[in-house]
Design a protein around this ligand. Structure first.
Ligand code: ZN
Length: 365
């Protein structure tokens, strides 16, 4: 009795605990439950009830702007965030509060992650990889975060990332050293093996199933340890980080990614005041940047070729943010590895906030 072919028909039950949330929904039944008008558009929306679990929902439930009061600015926030705007600048330009921009940014990051995982799963890695860690900081320079990226050497596709909280290193004045001691005494010290463990984790997630792949890295000693820990069969080649950073350098894709992330994201500029205040928001913004680099941006700005995702044979077309965020994706339907589940749920802690950090409410993805 339920018509299922109409383009407006709900695709599945939005309740993750309902048996018609994932998998085969051909026998799913719902009933129409009136219409309502809400939001600024003044358009009326169809409401439904799931016949199986009783969950009420509407056509809006399946939009990526679900629950947002200003769906009209969603794509503008996305474009702003990859064009080097800070939350405050964007908010001022759009006439909304910085908190509104932050909420949109979080949603964009989570939906980017789900989109990427849907695409990435289409085929195993079949090209040599380059791996490097992108270093930025959150909250203050005493809290560096490393983002580990395996990238396709031929496609320049970024397969994903994990992050590690690290100890501040490098040259410090006596006062800075004392401040670091104080912070470490009160907040604890980051795990010295974090990088090794987190690189191993991303390798397992991305390279799983493939064997004998080539992996280019610099001479950082954490990488061979991470490879051993991962149990993944890869052939590592090292290139000195002092080698000329030309296109011939096997690490070119990661050097370029580093440059693009810093160029596109205001939060990763050197000597900036728009740095991310939490690791969680840095992660979400990184996912948006990754989606933009992989699926939207041509491989070369000069020749306007295919995107990295096209070159990695994961899609046959260029995507726009409008297409990527047309419909809402659900984590249970996509199926995320555990590490990325934490990215999605926003549970990665920021050391300086401890348990005071505010968690994202579950409905708000
Ligand atoms: Zn249901």
């Amino acid at each position: 009795m339920t018509p299922r072919k109409s383009p407006q028909a709900p695709p599945h039950c939005p309740n993750p605990d309902c048996r018609f949330h994932c998998g085969d929904t051909s026998s799913w039944r719902w009933i129409k439950n009136g219409r309502f008008t809400a939001g600024r558009s003044g358009r009326s929306t169809q409401r439904y009830i799931c016949r199986d679990c009783g969950r009420s929902f509407s056509t809006r439930t399946f939009r990526s702007t679900y629950w947002l009061k200003r769906p009209d600015i969603f794509l503008r926030v996305a474009r702003g965030l990859v064009s080097c705007s800070g939350f405050r600048q964007l908010a001022a330009g759009l006439g909304v509060s910085p908190q509104t921009v932050a909420r949109h940014a979080a949603r964009l990051g989570r939906q980017s992650l789900l989109f990427h995982e849907t695409m990435r799963k289409k085929a195993p890695v079949q090209e040599p990889l380059a791996l490097d860690s992108f270093v930025s900081f959150t909250y203050s320079q005493y809290f560096p975060t490393h983002f580990h990226f395996p990238m396709g050497r031929a496609s320049h596709f970024a397969y994903g990332f994990t992050e590690s909280e690290c100890r501040r290193s490098g040259t410090m004045t006596r006062a800075q050293r004392a401040r670091r001691e104080f912070l470490e005494r009160t907040l604890g010290r980051p795990d010295p093996k974090a990088r090794e463990k987190d690189v191993a984790a991303i390798l397992r997630m991305v390279v799983e199933g493939a064997s004998g792949l080539d992996l280019a890295t610099d001479e950082d000693r954490a990488y061979p340890r991470a490879i051993r820990r991962s149990g993944i069969d890869v052939r590592q080649h090292t290139t000195s980080s002092r080698a000329a950073r030309t296109t011939r350098n096997p690490l070119f894709p990661v050097n370029l990614m580093d440059l693009q992330v810093r160029h596109a994201g205001a939060n990763h500029k050197r000597e900036t005041i728009s740095f991310s205040k939490t690791v969680r928001s840095a992660i979400e913004r990184m996912w948006l940047t990754l989606a933009w680099k992989n699926y939207v941006k041509p491989f070369s700005e000069k020749t306007r070729g295919a995107t990295p995702a096209q070159r990695a044979a994961l899609t046959d077309r260029k995507w726009t943010f409008r297409q990527i965020f047309r419909r809402r994706r659900f984590p249970e339907r996509v199926g995320l590895p555990e590490r990325w589940r934490a990215h999605f749920e926003g549970t990665t802690p920021t050391r300086v906030y401890g348990s005071r950090e505010i968690r994202v409410p579950r409905y708000a993805y």
